[in-house]
Design a protein around this ligand. Structure first.
Ligand SMILES: [Fe+2]
Ligand SMILES: [Fe+2]
Length: 228
């Protein structure tokens, strides 16, 4: 092949192979060293969650001129701070990105800083808008607005973190949390207009208004989680 192609074309082939080679290793590293961290978190933040955020981030990234490898890595690291502290996990995730000695093999210092800021900005309760499109993508992808998923994750979090509560206590905690976050005027913010989250949020708000129906769903999912 090298004899057929001119110098410029050969260079292009070489660069393409390097990028593929490097990205392959980057993804391998993340799959082997970063994703397993999620196995130690509560069920609502396990592997299933991080894979959903990765897939949804990559899906949303198609609408923007962004680096898909950065999008992938940001989604993979976004909740790693849970290894340190729940309340400030977004900031801890940012520190983990900045401190990861492997990432400079695949990303420039500027890209790593954008990635660190994006994971810091992923939280719904963040008091500022994400600072880049990367932060908006991961924040939006992290909002899995599906009634059953939201309820199940809230129940799983409660069971893992408030073992002293009885069923009624869990219901009251979950109902208060869902209203604070998802009701009209709640702290959840959406950032990507191409996402289907806005329509899903309206649907979920209708469920929130029907307390009886919400309670029946809670009871059903709570029993299923308790018996697992
Ligand atoms: Fe998070
Ligand atoms: Fe998350």
């Amino acid at each position: 092949m090298a004899f057929i192609l001119n110098k410029k074309t050969k260079c292009h082939v070489f660069v393409t192979l390097c990028v593929f080679y490097n990205n392959d290793f980057m993804r391998q590293y993340i799959e082997q060293k970063i994703i397993p961290l999620y196995d130690g978190f509560d069920k609502g933040h396990g592997r299933e969650h991080v894979f959903q955020v990765i897939n949804q981030s990559l899906e949303l990234s198609k609408y923007y001129d962004v680096n898909p490898n950065m999008v992938y890595a940001i989604a993979a690291y976004h909740d790693t701070g849970l290894t340190i502290n729940r309340e400030t996990h977004h900031l801890e995730s940012g520190r983990i990105v900045r401190a990861d000695a492997c990432l400079p093999q695949w990303f420039s210092a500027e890209e790593i800083e954008i990635m660190a800021q994006a994971v810091e900005d992923h939280r719904a309760s963040s008091d500022h808008a994400p600072r880049s499109i990367y932060g908006k993508i991961v924040a939006e992808a992290d909002r899995q607005i599906d009634g059953d998923t939201i309820l199940r994750r809230a129940i799983q979090y409660g069971l893992a973190n408030y073992p002293e509560l009885d069923a009624e206590g869990h219901w009251l905690r979950v109902a208060a949390h869902l209203n604070e976050k998802y009701a009209e005027g709640g702290y959840l913010k959406l950032w990507i207009p191409e996402s289907s989250n806005a329509a899903r949020l309206q649907e979920f708000r209708r469920l929130l208004e029907k307390t009886d129906k919400l309670r029946r769903k809670f009871d059903e999912l709570f029993c299923a989680e308790k018996t697992q």
